[in-house]
Design a protein. Structure first.
Length: 290
């Protein structure tokens, strides 16, 4: 597709998530990254963007205020606290924002579940990495098995893949993942846990979903989970159910693993890759619609 026909997007935040989004956007046949913004030209992400010929700025949100026509959509890869301020400015500018932080602002989106509902929303929240990995499976369990009263998800990620933003937003991560499970999966009683694993070599992201139920139709659950896995793999190729549903002692357990594409981040950082792949899928849908 000619670059003139692509949707112009920007990235706010020059850390690992923002830089990986830049690489993914440049590879997309629907998107053109027109502006990459941070707070320091010395950051590795800024240097990478400059090498790729992308316009850069160290003026943070002011870069978009000075040139509001540069982008139709901005990926905000800063922090939950900053996004609450940025949201106000983006709405004034008429720029659609994709919230990569657990700020709980905007409509929560898991592409496998509610992509079409989110396309025209002015602010779309990508929840969390654990949410993107677990909520679709939790939804499949809820839809295929009546009587589930409680769902618990435990995500383990490589400590090295958790940057300052992730560590500063642990509480928000838990709250947003649980909110997504309640709203999109439809289970009222939920719990989310995040483990940072310091193992060397680094582990891949792994998420285990537990559902409490007295009895179950395990074959129906297996089919629903397998179908959901296929839907997720359409935009997250490294997503895989490594332990199919098993029922034991009053609970169903499913385990998934996510390996990254290795665009900018190492392949073990599947936790960052899955939320970025979900965000790209969201914005590509918006581009196709416009």
């Amino acid at each position: 597709m000619n670059s003139e026909k692509k949707l112009n997007v920007g990235v706010l935040g020059s850390g690992n998530i923002g830089t990986d989004l830049l690489i993914k956007a440049l590879r997309s046949k629907w998107l053109n990254c027109n502006l990459f913004v941070g707070r320091s030209f010395a950051s590795p992400g800024m240097r990478r963007a400059s090498q790729l010929g992308v316009k850069i700025s160290d003026q943070s949100i002011d870069a978009f205020k000075r040139d509001p026509g540069a982008c139709n959509v901005v990926f905000d890869a800063t922090s939950a606290a900053f996004h609450k301020q940025h949201d106000i400015e983006f709405r004034k500018l008429g720029i659609k924002s994709i919230d990569m932080t657990p700020s709980q602002i905007g409509k929560m989106c898991v592409p496998a579940l509610n992509l079409e509902e989110c396309v025209e929303e002015p602010n779309v929240n990508m929840i969390t990495c654990g949410g993107q990995a677990s909520i679709p499976i939790a939804y499949a369990l809820m839809q295929s098995q009546p009587g589930i009263q409680y769902i618990e998800v435990v995500s383990s990620i490589a400590s090295r893949s958790a940057g300052p933003g992730t560590r500063a937003n642990i509480d928000e991560y838990i709250q947003n993942t649980e909110a997504g499970l309640r709203e999109l999966a439809g289970c009222e009683h939920v719990k989310a846990i995040l483990n940072l694993n310091p193992a060397d070599p680094c582990i891949d992201m792994q998420t285990t979903i537990f559902a409490q139920v007295e009895r179950c139709d395990i074959e129906a659950i297996k089919k629903a989970v397998a179908d959901m896995e296929t839907r997720i793999q359409s935009y997250v190729p490294g997503y895989k159910v490594v332990v199919p549903p098993v029922f034991d002692n009053g609970r169903v357990m499913v385990m998934v693993r996510v390996q990254g594409l290795g665009d900018y981040l190492p392949s073990y950082a599947g936790n960052l890759d899955i939320i970025n792949c979900a965000a790209i899928a969201m914005v590509e849908a918006f581009a196709k619609a416009h």
